[in-house]
Ligand binder design. Structure first.
Ligand code: LFR
Length: 482
């Protein structure tokens, strides 16, 4: 094995993406962000779509920059892709897209969502079969809508590839379904590692669109020759099917204590609050608390609750011309928000009006008005209200897990963009009553790289990776009482 091993993570987020180069040397991972790009869905004729051509272009640019950042004569050993959950591409046998790629916030699933919500028996049956609650973005609802509104799709499409699967296909030429991303669909059987016949039948989705999911870390072979043609550094690059779901990657990167008493918070556009478990958390109370039994790359479970997250803040900022544009302005805004008195009341973070509003500020103001509360006076006020409300949302999710499992969490580990926001970390610690340990870490990309290093045989397993990572990481602890 060479002294330094270079691997690249392509990490697509709903509002931004990045390509990270990892250098594994002497049991230590050094990461360099070689490319960052914005991402957004666009509206066309009343529907929301991702721009896949642009994303693929950005991935290729990132790969080229990763190669340019390598030392002389070094090679890129492997590459892996992770992405937000649930969205997919319908393709034919040659991999051509046969349907435009919708973004999960598209309102087209609303009628299906309501229909299932109003059919109590079916709702409970689908939750018992898949362990995934009824949420507007589920792949199940999205595919059901396509099949119902465009019946010819059954003849046109031969495969359903989730977005990381589709990018893996573009990189390697192989069409596979990877397990973690498949588990976000509400179509995987919660008691096995295969597809749920009950769910596929209920939503009338053609089962032949899917192949047996690969556990994470599977090697898909070399990068396609047209991609490596001009670059000797890419000639032997392997494409690894890392956990395709970004949240699965972020959870893998948690330097968790082996005692199992840490609660995980991956904080970005969404806040994903959860833990790792050998068994799913099911039943009526779990369904009411919207516990989502998504899966770990090795087949186990990550029961989690999806809290609306920094989407609230990202949206609100768009309504203020005075929004921060650099680190210094961000720091000043957080300090100003911190100095304000605590808000009289917090937001209901489960308000469906905040899912995809034209103006987030207007949606927040409307909620407050409905509840006869006064809106904040300025941007700092909104920042304070949003961070405190998210902190409460995180704590509520933790308490629901504790009630249902009898567990008692000792710490909350936070990674992702929000781990750098001290107001959010502090509010979470205060509301949960336990310390929040923040690792200013690109958790998703690090989990992606970890899976590659394990697949290449450079690291024995995930517990070993976490131990080595934790020993080097800088951490900031937020105590529940500042
Ligand atoms: C986070 C995430 C969440 C998923 C949401 C929608 O980026 O992957 O885990 O629920 O996006 O796909």
């Amino acid at each position: 094995m060479p002294r330094s091993l270079y691997t690249a993570a392509i990490d697509f987020g709903a509002t931004s993406g990045r390509v990270i180069l990892g250098c594994w040397s002497r049991q230590h991972l050094e990461i360099t962000e070689v490319h960052r790009f914005p991402n957004a869905f666009h509206s066309l004729g009343g529907h929301d779509y991702w721009d896949l051509g642009t994303l693929w272009h950005q991935a290729q640019t990132g790969l080229r920059k990763a190669v340019a950042a390598l030392p002389r004569r070094a090679v890129l050993s492997s590459v892996g892709v992770d992405c937000w959950g649930v969205d997919y591409a319908l393709v034919n046998d040659t991999g051509r897209l046969v349907f435009p790629v919708h973004a999960y916030r598209d309102a087209r699933t609303q009628p299906g969502l309501q229909r299932l919500a109003n059919t109590r028996a079916a709702l409970a049956r689908i939750y018992a079969a898949t362990g995934i609650p009824n949420v507007f973005y589920n792949t199940s609802l999205q595919l059901a809508e396509v099949v119902a509104s465009c019946p010819a799709i059954e003849d046109l499409a031969t495969r359903c590839l989730f977005l990381p699967d589709y990018f893996n296909f573009l990189l390697s030429g192989r069409m596979e379904n990877e397990f973690t991303i498949a588990s976000t669909s509400q179509l995987i059987d919660v008691h096995s590692r295969g597809w749920s016949r009950a769910a596929l039948e209920h939503f009338r989705i053609p089962p032949q669109w899917f192949s047996t999911p690969l556990l994470s870390g599977a090697n898909l072979g070399r990068l396609r020759s047209d991609l490596s043609a001009d670059s000797p550094a890419l000639a032997r690059t392997q494409v690894i099917a890392v956990p395709g779901h970004d949240t699965a990657c972020a959870y893998d990167a948690m330097p968790a204590s082996p005692d199992g008493n840490d609660l995980f918070l991956s904080s970005g556009t969404w806040s994903l609050v959860g833990f790792e478990s050998d068994c799913p958390v099911l039943g009526g109370e779990a369904m009411a608390a919207r516990i989502s039994n998504e899966r770990i790359g090795d087949g186990r479970y990550r029961p989690l609750t999806n809290v609306i997250g920094l989407w609230l803040l990202e949206g609100t900022l768009k309504d203020f011309a005075s929004r921060p544009t650099n680190d210094r302005e961000w720091a000043a805004l957080i300090t100003a928000a911190e100095k304000l008195p605590a808000p009289a009341a917090l937001l209901d973070v489960a308000d469906p009006a905040c899912t995809n509003p034209v103006s987030m500020k207007a949606a927040i103001d409307a909620q407050l008005k409905r509840r006869q509360l006064r809106g904040p006076a300025n941007l700092a006020g909104y920042v304070r209200l949003i961070c405190d409300s998210l902190g409460r949302g995180h704590a509520d999710a933790m308490r629901a897990f504790e009630r249902m499992t009898g567990k008692k969490f000792r710490r909350i580990l936070i990674v992702g963009g929000g781990s750098k926001n001290r107001l959010l970390c502090q509010a979470t610690a205060r509301e949960a009553g336990i310390p929040v340990v923040s690792f200013a870490l690109e958790g998703t990309a690090v989990g992606n790289l970890a899976s590659q290093l394990i697949a290449l045989g450079a690291v024995q397993d995930l517990p070993t990776f976490r131990r080595l990572l934790g020993a080097k990481l800088k951490q900031t602890v937020y105590s529940p009482r500042p």
